[in-house]
Every structure is written in C-alpha cells, then in structure tokens.
Design a protein around this ligand. Structure first.
Ligand code: PBG
Length: 334
C-alpha cells in the first residue's frame, strides 16, 4: 500500500492478520479435514501379504485380509472412502480381459470382504480394463487401435459386477466416450439405484501415472501411450465439455486427474458446475514429495499438508491421495 498525505502509513496492513497462529486460524479461508479424503489402495493375492511398492515409499500392496484391516483403520480414522486397485497376476491378463468382470477377481473379493466385515466406509472402485489387459490399455486393442464401443460394453459388465459385490462409488477411469450413460442405465436396470458414479471426467494423458503402473503391474504390458483416449495436457475448455457430458449421462461426482499441475481445471469445474468435484493426487505426485523428503530436500510432512490444502483452495470437495492415512492421523492429533 502506498503512503499518502492523509495517512502516512500503509492503509491496510495485511500483516496484522498474520501476526499469530490464533489470528491466522481465524482468517483462514479453506481447511483440510478428514472428511475430504479418499484413500487409494492396492490389492494383491495371498494372505498376510504387505508388499512395498518401490516407486511409492510408504505404500504397500495388500492381500484381501490386510485390505480389510486397512479399511477398518481408515474407518476408525474417519476417512470416508477407500478406492480399490488390483494388482492382477500376469497369467490372468488376456486381450479379451474377462477377468475384469469375474465376480471373484481381486477387486470384487476385496469389496465383499470389507462389506462382510461390517466396516463403515464407502468403497470406490476403478472401472477400466488395464489391470486385466495383456495389452496394458484401458480398452480393447485391435490392430493397434483402442476400440471405444466394444470397450464400453465390457466396462458395463465390469461396473455392474462391482455394484453386485458391494461397491458404493463406481469410478470409470477409462476415458471411453459414452461409458457413463451406459453404466448408469445398466445399474438402474438391475436395481442398483443408489450406486454412485464418480467419473474420471477430466483425465489427462500424464507422465505422473508412472509409479501407479508399477504398483498394479501394468507398466510392462503397456505398448505405446494413452493419448488417443486420455486428454491433452494443453487443453482446458475440453475438460469442461467432458464434465458437462458426463453429468448429463448421470455422473454424481466428477474428478480431475492428475491433481497438482491441474488446479486451474479444478477451479474452472467447480465454478462452472458447482457439483461435487474431486482431484486425484496421483502416484507421481506422491512419489515426488516422498523422494524429495527422503533426500532431505523438502519437509515431507509440511509439503503433504500444503499440497492437500491447496486442492481445497482450488475448489475441490475432496482428494484421492495416498497420503490419506498419514494426513488423517495428523488431523486427529494421533
Ligand atoms: C487406470 C488408472 C490409472 C490411474 C488410476 N486408474 C493409470 C492410467 O491411466 O494409466 C493412475 C493413478 C495414479 O497414478 O496414482 N485406468
């Protein structure tokens, strides 16, 4: 603020409202709470298995019994939802991806086990063919092309099977056109009227998914990249058109993914539609923070909290983050 003749002092001293922790708390516009968190977890075969994911320090692949324990711990911490990702044995991956709608695949077994244990946590699942596809893509590959409509038919089978096995929030992450409407129709037809759809509506073709593909064992299988179905990072108007389309087809909630480099998209979506809006702080974002922290280059704890608060400032109602249990423990003072 400039000095002037009337008031030879800064008219507004912003530093007044920053002078102590108490005053800073009073004027804080946005806050992160446990209720904002969705925890993505990796399921694998076996019993009693806790297998570290090398590229994601602090993250493990868990067998179904351990997933149940993790879900109970998350529920006790007040985390509202857990999101299941399967690490599928390579022998079960085919070009026709039948394992995706097998009622006894890892994801379905894990959601049944969580429900059977009576744990009060919402279960979210991923709808896409990549964990089951010998070609590593989210859709069927024929002659080097990813087929849209044939893939949608398969995604419908996958989503309905997930709903039958207790999933509360279906998360189509495949980026095929028309899948939200097709899934919604099939869910209604089978009486799954309360099953929600959180559409990965604005999902970008991103280098930040690298560690995830390692975690689910898809990096080896993937030939080429996903740029013919995931979005171009240079686009933003297109994200709004995708959100509008998915809402019109019956999505209850929408997601922007990745998170940190795409906060401008989160803000545009929230301002433009006013719908429940989520961001996915993806594996590469998590890995960057953890790696820098392990090297002593940043304070990992502070970076974690700051990065998540910024999603709230950008308009998100919640965040999918691998930090969920660590953040929840911090917020609960545990
Ligand atoms: C698969 C899927 C991906 C992620 C969530 N679902 C990877 C991809 O699209 O290749 C990425 C999550 C992360 O990086 O944490 N459809």
């Amino acid at each position: 603020m400039p000095h002037n003749a009337q008031a030879p002092f800064p008219i507004t001293r912003f530093r007044r409202t920053r002078q102590s922790a108490q005053i800073r708390a009073l004027v804080q516009e946005n806050t992160l709470t446990v209720g904002d968190l969705i925890w993505p977890v990796f399921v694998r075969d076996g019993e009693g298995v806790v297998e570290p994911v090398n590229s994601m320090p602090g993250v493990n692949r868990l067998s179904v019994d351990k997933i149940v324990e993790a879900a109970r711990e998350a529920a006790d911490l007040g985390i509202p939802a857990i999101c299941l990702f399967p690490y599928t044995d390579p022998s079960l991956k085919t070009a026709t991806c039948e394992e995706a709608w097998n009622p006894n695949n890892l994801s379905n077994r894990a959601s049944r086990a969580i429900k059977d244990a009576g744990i009060e946590i919402a279960i979210m699942s991923d709808v896409a063919l990549d964990p089951y596809n010998s070609m590593g893509h989210d859709g069927f590959v024929v002659d080097g092309k990813i087929l849209n409509d044939e893939t949608v038919d398969a995604l419908v089978k996958q989503a309905v099977e997930q709903a039958r096995n207790g999933v509360d929030i279906i998360g189509p992450s495949d980026m095929m056109d028309g899948r939200i409407g097709a899934i919604r129709q099939a869910l209604e037809a089978e009486g799954h009227k309360d099953t929600m759809i959180l559409s990965y509506a604005a999902k970008y073709a991103s280098a930040f998914y690298g560690p995830f593909r390692d975690a689910v064992g898809a990096s080896g299988a993937l030939k080429g990249d996903k740029t013919t179905y995931q979005m171009n990072p240079g686009n933003s108007d297109e994200a709004l058109r995708l959100i509008e389309r998915d809402l019109s087809e019956g999505a209850d909630m929408v997601m922007v993914k990745p998170g940190m480099p795409y906060l401008d998209i989160c803000r545009r979506v929230k301002d433009g539609f006013g719908v429940p809006t989520y961001a996915y702080q993806v594996s590469g974002e998590y890995a960057m923070i953890q790696a820098a922290a392990q090297n002593g280059w940043i304070d990992g704890h502070k970076a974690m909290l700051e990065s998540l608060l910024c999603f709230k400032r950008a308009g998100c109602d919640g965040i999918l983050t691998y930090f969920a249990p660590a953040v929840a423990r911090h917020l609960q003072g545990a």
